[in-house]
Design a protein around this ligand. Structure first.
Ligand code: FO1
Length: 322
């Protein structure tokens, strides 16, 4: 049979099966970069920032990955569907509802159908799989758990859901701590555990270490599985120098007493990960990070467009030896 031009034979990456722990905008960029090399990817998604609004169940990290892979993501904002309209939200305002969380009209359909399916007895794993099919996304997106985990930020003004802290209050208040409510009782998704076990390499995406990756690592079974597999786990730093590439990661790390640097990150991940990709500008830290028992790789890690995404995806699959 004739091979299509994009045949796996042509584009075959050196690693066969990839699992990616993912959450937030930095993660979707890397997942797209990896997907430019191979479709043998299972994305394990954070669920800690899921949020109930107007009776709808919103799963930002799952949707961001699906929209990103379906080429529907509003890349300027890093969430939602590009060119979406906001008639639904305007009407909610007329009804006297708060509208600080900007749900677009097409995006609302995603939350509505998901909520309806939940009410009809489907779990988040089944719904997410169905959604990938509807958006023609070949890559599997697996919620890290079907149970509820809620990331809450303790501030000087009280405790808030992550979305309330970051979106409603615009991340203004001082952070005193971060909690993952429900993580102690959450069962890891067996499909997520299977994806870790079956992969040749597990990538911890450059998502926010405490609010995108942290909730997943707080599930005992997930942490244990990664620790067992740590030789094939590679983290990509979301920090360059002493600054987060984007978002409030630095503020959260400081609040948790973690050094804001690729070294601080490596130390935080050192029990679940033996390899780290840092920015070339931080190469000077390599020896110090290696003293933690980790292999260090350096390249350009800031992804400012498709070329950068693809280059980083290719670097991880071709240069990182796990
Ligand atoms: N982030 C914002 O900063 N403002 C919003 O109004 C907003 C709405 C929104 C709607 C759906 C969705 O899936 C995500 C949305 N986000 C919004 C992003 C979200 O708050 C976070 O960036 C993620 O939870 C972090 O991964």
């Amino acid at each position: 049979m004739e091979q299509p031009w994009f045949s796996i034979g042509v584009l075959r990456a050196e690693k066969n099966m990839i699992a990616v722990l993912s959450g937030g905008t930095g993660s979707v960029k890397l997942v797209r970069g990896l997907a430019s090399q191979t479709h043998d990817i299972n994305v394990i998604s954070n669920v800690g920032d899921n949020y109930w609004l107007y009776g709808l169940y919103v799963c930002p990290d799952i949707d961001t990955i699906i929209y990103g892979l379906a080429d529907l993501l509003d890349y300027d904002k890093g969430w939602g569907i590009k060119k979406d309209t906001f008639g639904f939200l305007r009407q909610m305002e007329v009804f006297g509802e708060e509208t600080w969380f900007r749900i677009g009209d097409r995006d609302a359909a995603t939350h509505l159908i998901r909520t309806n399916m939940l009410k009809n007895g489907k779990n988040l794993t089944e719904i997410t799989k169905w959604m990938c099919e509807k958006f023609a996304v070949e890559i599997r997106v697996i919620p890290v758990t079907d149970n509820t985990i809620e990331t809450r930020i303790t501030t000087n003004k009280g405790e808030l859901h992550l979305q309330e802290y970051w979106v409603k209050h615009r991340g203004k208040d001082d952070v005193e701590g971060i909690q993952y409510i429900g993580a102690d009782k959450a069962r890891p998704n067996p499909e997520a555990i299977g994806a870790i076990q079956d992969s040749d390499v597990v990538v911890i995406a450059p998502g926010n270490p405490l609010t995108s990756i942290g909730p997943m690592l707080s599930i005992k079974g997930v942490r244990k599985e990664l620790s067992k597999a740590k030789k094939k786990v590679v983290a990509v730093s979301p920090i360059i120098g002493n600054k987060a590439i984007s978002g409030p990661a630095a503020k959260y790390l400081e609040a948790a007493g973690i050094e804001v640097s690729p070294y601080g990150l490596a130390k935080m991940y050192s029990d679940v990960c033996s390899n780290i990709v840092i920015d070339t500008r931080d190469k000077i830290l390599s020896k110090k990070i290696e003293s933690l028992g980790m292999n260090v790789y350096d390249t350009k890690i800031k992804m400012s467009g498709k070329l950068d995404e693809d280059a980083l995806g290719s670097f991880i699959l071709k240069q990182v030896r796990v």
